[in-house]
Design a protein around this ligand. Structure first.
Ligand code: SF4
Length: 286
């Protein structure tokens, strides 16, 4: 059971940056969520979408430069553990590039706000384990837990801020990777069609389909990339999500948010690759 007072006490003295997973529009409204997080003493609020863009560029390059290799996307921590435990002879196929959560935290701490601590907020319990085991994220919350924190501070009339409330994200985001929680997102947003044929890619969700994908790559070495998410309904269907709406309705919320944010293309802080081209990308969770 999540201990809200303990969490608040722990983070109280930190200079905090919130790393918000791109599935947030399923459970929270933009831009209110940003004000809510600033009210919880988060001095910076960022989306993970910039890290997703960095990952896409590195995935594209790695697949293109290693023509004889097959890769399995390693963004989902449950997939990583599943391949290691159930299919250990395919462990070497896990993409050696860290997940968006880890890349974003490295970027924030090493290049921009080095004195800060990072708090990942997303749909996923497995990310909490990844955060703890890698030691690269200071704390991780599910959306359900964040809602508990917001309810607790409201019910107990806890004043959490002295700051001016700003209603937009801090720097570094990206538009097209806002679809990352959906099943086909990594393959599509890294533009796989520039380097692979359609029949060289498998996109799948759920462990049963991952097992089938593994069988296919064993039978067909021409397959070069598997893009799996362990949850049957991807990163919008995991229990850390609050909404009980249909998958179609949740997907629409993600797409609508992406479309509505197109105006931000003019923002001078739009994440550019060169800001982070020297970032360490090694995946230490594999
Ligand atoms: S598919 Fe599920 S376990 Fe994997 S990253 Fe998404 S929410 Fe987490």
């Amino acid at each position: 059971m999540f201990d809200v007072p303990n969490f608040l006490e722990k983070i109280h003295s930190w200079e905090r940056v919130a790393l918000l997973a791109p599935s947030f529009p399923v459970d929270f409204e933009y831009p209110k969520i940003i004000s809510d997080l600033r009210n919880l003493w988060f001095s910076k609020v960022t989306e993970l979408t910039y890290a997703a863009k960095l990952i896409n560029i590195h995935y594209h390059q790695t697949i293109e430069e290693n023509e004889d290799k097959t890769y399995i996307c390693s963004n989902c921590p449950s997939v990583v553990q599943y391949i290691k435990n159930k299919h250990p002879n395919h462990k070497d196929k896990l993409m050696p590039i860290a997940s968006p959560m880890i890349i974003m935290s490295r970027f924030i701490k090493k290049q921009f706000w080095p004195e800060t601590k990072t708090c990942f907020i997303g749909p996923c319990f497995a990310k909490k384990i990844e955060a703890q085991q890698t030691g690269e994220i200071d704390t991780a919350l599910t959306f359900q837990e964040l809602q508990e924190v917001l309810n607790y501070t409201k019910t107990n009339n806890i004043s959490t801020t002295q700051q001016t409330i700003d209603s937009d994200f801090d720097s570094f985001y990206n538009d097209y990777t806002k679809v990352y929680p959906l099943t086909w997102a990594v393959a599509q947003t890294m533009h796989y069609k520039d380097i692979l044929r359609e029949d060289q890619v498998i996109i799948c969700g759920g462990f049963k389909n991952i097992d089938e994908a593994i069988q296919k790559i064993e039978n067909n070495p021409a397959i070069r990339f598997v893009d799996p998410l362990s949850c049957d309904w991807w990163c919008i269907g995991w229990p850390g999500i609050i909404s009980k709406e249909s998958t179609e309705s949740k997907t629409k919320k993600i797409q609508d948010y992406k479309d509505s944010m197109k105006h931000n293309k003019d923002n001078p802080h739009l994440g550019k690759f060169e800001y982070a081209q020297w970032i360490e990308t090694k995946n230490t969770y594999i």
